[in-house]
Design a binder for this molecule. Sequence first.
Ligand SMILES: Nc1ncnc2c1ncn2[C@@H]1O[C@H](COP(=O)(O)OP(=O)(O)OP(=O)(O)O)[C@@H](O)[C@H]1O
Length: 227
Amino acid sequence: MAETVLKLDGVQRRYNAGSRAEVAVLRGVSLTLVPGELIALVAPSGAGKSTLLHIAGLLDRPDDGTVHIAGQNVAGLSEAARTTLRRDTVGFVYQFHHLLPEFSALENVMLPQRAKGTSVAAATDRAVGLLDRVGLSARASHRPAALSGGEQQRVAFCRALANGPKLLLADEPTGNLDPDTAEQVFSALVDVARETGLAGLVATHNPALAARMDRQVRLEGGYLVPA
Ligand SMILES: Nc1ncnc2c1ncn2[C@@H]1O[C@H](COP(=O)(O)OP(=O)(O)OP(=O)(O)O)[C@@H](O)[C@H]1O
């Protein structure tokens, strides 16, 4: 059996918001992703998509159930070990790029590598290669404000891949783009995943893009069902 990149078993998450009764957002979510597999996560607003992505990306903990990342049960890990595993294994892309405005595209892609201790030379090489891979070589020295929305998202995607993650978690990565630009960004994501074995859980409201993934799951009533 192939190594699993992400394995969720019976994941539950409840919130207790002030005076409101406790709300069970995730009631029993199970999901397995293997290398190179791309899954579309479809969910109505408020269904718990962000909650699920945060748990899968070690930004939040389940109240019940287990999370394995790259074969490792994360339940017993210290906060420091979780941070290291997240940095080395998981890449995030959001609807808005969150690039640092005072740094160039190249520097934005270098930053996660420098934070990990990668040398300037090696970080530069990798950032140049990633930007080239998504067609942005000529834009490497530009700051985010000088880039189009699609270019900004492609830089954000390169930044997410900077430390060579096994798992990409994307929350509406093309939600802020026009259809043609969304298609370009999405194609870059799919191509890189196919080439490198990157596994991705991609939340999207775009049915055409969702249909190009290996499979689609829908978050409904606290459970994942085939979409
Ligand atoms: N920290 C919190 N405390 C209390 N309730 C919360 C908390 N975080 C989320 N919720 C509630 O849990 C539910 C799911 O939230 P979540 O952000 O995961 O939804 P979502 O599917 O990502 O929504 P959207 O697509 O609108 O961003 C919502 O009803 C939300 O109000």
